[in-house]
Design a protein around this ligand. Structure first.
Ligand SMILES: Cc1cc2nc3c(=O)[nH]c(=O)nc-3n(C[C@H](O)[C@H](O)[C@H](O)COP(=O)(O)OP(=O)(O)OC[C@H]3O[C@@H](n4cnc5c(N)ncnc54)[C@H](O)[C@@H]3O)c2cc1C
Length: 406
């Protein structure tokens, strides 16, 4: 019988893992808290480098490219002067970069996996009991079931991590920033441009989605009362909108209008920008993949690319080890250590760059970004490649290729 693997979470990492597990002869089941594919939240995310190669090897690159976000210009607001326009930075620095709405990517991944994978929506795991032959999992509504392995792909606030490794506070490191995302009717008439506004300790961006029918706002900010973990309070909707008003209440630009929409938005998302740092993300027959194990911080550290790579590598290592989970989890952690560390390093820097800490930085950041976009395309790519320092392909992300492996 092929080994059975229960995956908690049908976001990005979960379906990628399910795809590759089926390809390698395992039987995956995915349990997802949300009632359906389109209910887990949207925002623009990035694929690039080896994560694009994973998508390509799944045969999904044409579908992902067709759904990619097409935006030409970022227009930075300036007081008393016309906006400062710049072409898209990411297109200049890499050929393989794809920006796509998270919900579109999830829908594509679900479509590609649903025939070989049992999906159970609207369900959560309530208890995990590991024994010699497998893991017995108890669900909120469905009867308990046995699986050979359990993988937590259930995001930054992973329930599997809490049940198997301990409370979130032990592993969560807040980077001192917050983010909010919500949709609203496209009353600014946005088309293929992003409007941006930078101020001390806050940044706001807004852009069209759903073919221009709606628009979405992304707010990044530092807490007005200083650093501190407030994630737990953010479950309260009143607390979420209060935090936004404290941070942006005094702002000009389109912000009063945008904030008025945050109150009634059915998809308002507010969270701290936090990393998950664990010494190991495997225990017995259970492991974690994507944000659950190693979130580099939403919106700042390339979490989507890590989630895609993590799903691929975990399945690959399980196949290499013939299903021996001890060996496979060791290989998986060995291979992922470096990309995870890299994401962790860039997160705080990106947050500092995106959310200026001083009035001077708020004024100069758009100009610095524009200088970069004015470099000839080839020079910009070379500079970006030097900064990334990475020329590896997906075949290098295997325990058989890692230093020290036999
Ligand atoms: C506003 C925002 C902007 C972002 N921008 C970017 C970006 O520009 N570039 C980038 O690379 N990344 C970005 N990210 C991060 C990116 O979304 C994540 O890193 C990526 O989605 C991680 O994938 P994942 O599968 O590990 O987790 P997720 O995508 O979070 O998926 C987890 C899934 O688990 C489900 N779930 C949660 N709890 C349970 C439970 N108890 N039981 C069952 N299911 C559960 C959730 O509903 C969800 O479907 C952003 C994130 C946010 C929030």
């Amino acid at each position: 019988m092929s080994p059975t693997v229960l995956i908690s979470g049908a976001g990005i990492a979960g379906p990628v893992l399910a795809y590759w597990l089926s390809r390698h002869g395992f039987t995956p089941t995915v349990v997802e808290r949300a009632p359906g594919v389109r209910h887990t939240g949207g925002h623009a995310v990035d694929l690039g480098g080896v994560s694009t190669e994973v998508i390509e090897r799944m045969g999904l690159l044409p579908a992902v490219r067709a759904a990619r976000v097409r935006r030409d210009t970022l227009l930075f607001h300036r007081a008393d002067r016309p906006p400062l326009a710049m072409p898209r930075l990411s297109d200049l620095v890499t050929d393989r970069h794809v920006e796509i709405q998270r919900d579109d990517l999830i829908a594509i991944l679900h479509e590609a996996t649903r025939e070989q994978t049992e999906y159970v929506f609207g369900e959560t795991i309530t208890a995990v009991h590991e024994h010699d032959d497998g893991v017995t999992v108890t669900f909120a509504d469905a009867p308990a079931r046995d699986f050979d392995l359990l993988v937590g792909a259930d995001g930054l606030h992973s329930g599997v991590r809490r049940m198997v490794f301990g409370p979130e506070q032990r592993f969560r490191h807040d980077l001192g920033g917050y983010l909010a995302v919500f949709s609203y009717p496209n009353e600014l008439g946005l088309d293929r441009q992003i409007l941006g506004h930078l101020d001390v300790d806050r940044a706001a961006f807004t852009y069209a989605v759903d073919d221009g029918a709606r628009a979405r706002t992304l707010l990044l900010f530092r807490h007005p009362a200083g650093a501190g973990g407030h994630t737990d309070d953010l479950r309260d909707p009143g607390q979420r909108t209060r935090l936004l008003r404290d941070a942006f209440g005094e702002s000009g630009w389109h912000l009063p209008r945008l904030l008025a929409h945050a109150d009634g938005a059915d998809d308002l998302y507010v969270d701290s920008i936090s990393q998950i740092r664990m010494d190991t993300w495997s225990r017995g027959r259970v492991t974690l993949v994507g944000d659950a194990g190693y979130s580099p911080g939403p919106a700042v550290g390339g979490g989507t690319a890590l989630a895609v790579l993590g799903g691929y590598v975990l399945a690959h290592e399980l196949a290499l080890a013939g299903g021996d989970h001890h060996t496979a989890f060791r290989g998986y952690e060995q291979v992922m250590r470096e990309p995870v560390a890299r994401g962790r390093r860039v997160g705080p820097d990106t947050l500092r760059q995106l959310v200026p800490g001083t009035r001077f930085a708020a004024r100069t950041t758009p100009h610095l970004m524009r200088l970069f976009t004015r470099l000839p395309r080839r020079a910009a790519r070379t500079l970006a490649a030097l900064q990334r320092g990475d020329t590896r392909t997906l075949d290098d992300f295997s325990s058989t290729k890692q230093p020290g492996s036999s």
